[in-house]
Design a protein around this ligand. Structure first.
Ligand code: ADP
Length: 246
């Protein structure tokens, strides 16, 4: 079900130094949607996520989270984040899958507190949701890149966020596992009602699962549902081949 916006950007503008990186961005992420952000390298995709996460501040415009101005929003636990660098542990890294996923509860229960039985059950449930139940006691470094990234999804969802923000999480994931990774995201969206906002380079896999597409190139060149994006891309393909070069 698609309802109210959980994230809304109104006329957002951002620059690091002199160079304008994002200009006039109006974007609405509806509740229950899977919004894929695509666009060329350097088009401002990661910057947009950092603005939504509150790591950067717009120089103009406003961001609303769950209908509230970002500056007043205090419930960060409602927003989970998975970065592209997560899946790079070497085989000697000492933490187990269980321990890494449990660390996602830190914000909720405090660092170095003992996990209660209920917390442990939540950790196992998150591990099951990403299909890694057989690996709970394995060292994370012994897993493949795709499996490691599933661990980070589990870590992000264990605290039951309403929104999951992902920055190119399939970097380092085998091509053959990319499809199933996207399918996992859709199952989280449908079963847990998690809204997804994701920067992606895997355009075809993304178009199979996303409900909406945002095409960014400093400005928001396109925002709409996925079927509409496919039509526009098809039309542009014949008139202007550069448009879909992602
Ligand atoms: P994308 O994610 O689409 O590849 P980015 O948001 O990472 O794009 O970057 C957008 C532009 O901002 C690029 O020109 C990049 O070089 C520049 N940029 C990114 N991060 C910084 C930074 N910390 N300081 C200065 N410029 C940056």
């Amino acid at each position: 079900m698609i309802n109210d916006p959980v994230i809304e950007l109104k006329n957002v503008r951002f620059r690091y130094d002199e160079e304008l990186v994002l200009d006039g961005i109006d974007l609405v992420v509806p509740e229950g949607s899977f919004v894929g952000i695509v666009g060329p390298n350097g088009s401002g995709k990661s910057t947009l996520l950092k603005l939504v996460l509150g790591l950067l501040k717009p120089v103009e415009g406003e961001i609303f989270l769950f209908g509230q101005r970002q500056a007043l929003f205090k419930r960060q636990e409602r927003i989970g984040f998975v970065s592209q660098k997560a899946n790079s542990f070497n085989s000697g890294f000492p933490a187990t899958v269980f321990e890494v996923v449990a660390s996602g509860l830190t914000r909720k229960i405090g660092l170095f507190r003992f996990l209660k039985q209920k917390d442990k059950l939540e950790v196992y449930q998150a591990i099951r949701q990403v299909g890694l139940e057989k690996y709970a006691n394995r060292k994370i470094g012994e897993l493949s890149g795709g499996q490691q990234q599933r661990v980070f999804i589990a870590r992000a969802i264990v605290a039951k966020p309403d929104v999951l923000i992902l920055d190119e999480p399939t970097v380092g994931v085998d091509a053959k596992n990319v499809r199933s990774f996207y399918r996992l995201l859709t199952s989280l969206r449908k079963e847990m009602g998690i809204t997804l906002l994701m920067v992606s380079h895997d355009i075809e896999a993304l178009l199979n699962e996303a409900t909406h597409v945002a095409y960014l190139n400093k400005q928001l060149n396109f925002f709409g549902d996925t079927a509409e994006y496919k039509n526009v891309r098809m039309a542009k393909h014949f008139s202007y081949a550069g448009y879909h070069s992602v």
